[in-house]
Design a protein around this ligand. Structure first.
Ligand code: FDA
Length: 308
């Protein structure tokens, strides 16, 4: 049902009405830090002032041709330049989504995405910022891991996101979790087939814990990206038992989701990073989130239809 509503909300006419509707913008502002660099920078400053690190996800426009990927590449590079100007680079990670750089456009697109990601990660590294690749659906997993393997030859601190819901992830960690490598562990936002992924929440949680244990027992830098209170507690316990130094792992949470919990983690001495999306593609980002969280659909409809 929520899939149908979200598809309806993606139609041109509804989209036009939604993006210019102040109530919808207010609702989205809880999770997305605006459309332009001038919107996101004050948000980053205020998070950093509270003792948090930040990860910025640039929400570019959908990519239908290489020209769109070039435009998005420029968006990432402008972001890094502004992080430097604002003295935020040292506390920032740039999250890079290869699909925004052309990964889905066949062989030329893949080559362009790799070169663009190389330029962006180099710019981030020169600025003193970190960079981590996001992970899309399973049809892009191999290409994303392939690009990441190339990138770390040159810039070994480039992070990678892995999804606990995929059967292949636990096995793959043996190769990924190399000393010093940043591995962001998420549950996974895509509904993949049963042959390739766990579909049941409990099974995904168990897989998350198994992957987390492997990462904590390795010399990699685990980026624990979850809002699930039980998983956060398990991660805290594993950190305690492993005696890890506080700069050898991080907690990461999405901007607007359980902000007090992220602050609590920072206050007791963990590295805690808020993942802050912004950019012209904010509306599609919000719709993707609605597919995952049907409970928010009613709120969205009320805002769109003016019933507060
Ligand atoms: P779970 O879904 O069980 O949520 C636990 C609780 O947190 C919920 O009960 C709810 O209260 C709250 N919550 C979680 N998400 C919320 C939301 N969006 N809005 C409101 N409340 C919410 N996925 C992916 O496939 N590829 C990727 O690259 C990334 N990148 C990424 C980076 C970071 C920093 C994070 C935190 C997450 C991602 N994800 C992702 C998303 C991830 O796969 C997953 O879908 C969400 O984090 C939700 O899963 P939880 O582990 O939070 O558990």
């Amino acid at each position: 049902m929520s899939d149908l509503l979200v598809r309806w909300a993606g139609r041109d006419r509804v989209r036009r009405a939604a993006v210019s509707n102040p109530a919808v913008r207010d609702l989205v502002a809880r999770y997305v830090a605006g459309e332009r660099l001038d919107d996101v920078l004050p948000v980053l400053h205020s998070l950093v002032d509270k003792g948090l690190l930040v990860s910025v996800e640039y929400l570019g426009l959908p990519v239908a041709a290489l020209a769109d990927a070039r435009t998005n590449q420029a968006g990432y590079l402008d972001l890094i330049a502004r992080l430097v100007d604002e003295d935020l680079a040292g506390v920032s990670e740039v999250s890079i989504r290869l699909s925004l750089l052309g990964l889905d456009l066949g062989r030329d697109g893949e080559a362009f995405a790799l070169e663009a990601a190389r330029r962006i990660t180099r710019a981030a590294s020169n600025a003193g910022a970190l960079a981590t690749l996001d992970m899309d659906g399973i049809e892009t997993t191999d290409a994303t891991l392939g690009a990441w393997t190339e990138l770390i030859q040159d810039l070994p601190r480039t992070g990678i996101t892995v999804q606990a819901e995929l059967h292949r992830t636990e096995r793959g960690l043996a190769n990924l979790a190399m000393p010093g490598v940043r591995v962001r562990l998420v549950k996974g936002a895509f509904q993949e087939s049963r042959a390739q992924a766990f579909r049941n929440g409990h099974e995904i949680d168990l897989a998350y814990v198994r992957c987390l244990r492997r990462l904590m027992n390795s010399q990699a830098v685990p980026l624990v990206a979850t809002h699930d209170p039980r998983l956060v507690a398990i991660a805290e316990e594993l950190v305690r038992r492993s005696g890890r130094a506080s700069d050898s792992y991080e907690f990461q949470m999405l901007y607007g989701v359980r902000p007090l919990e992220l602050r609590r983690l920072a206050d007791i001495g963990h590295q805690a990073r808020s993942y802050v999306p912004f950019g012209p593609g904010w509306y599609d980002y919000y719709l993707r989130g609605l597919v995952e969280r049907p409970a928010n659909v009613a709120l969205f409809l009320r805002s769109l239809l003016g019933k507060r």
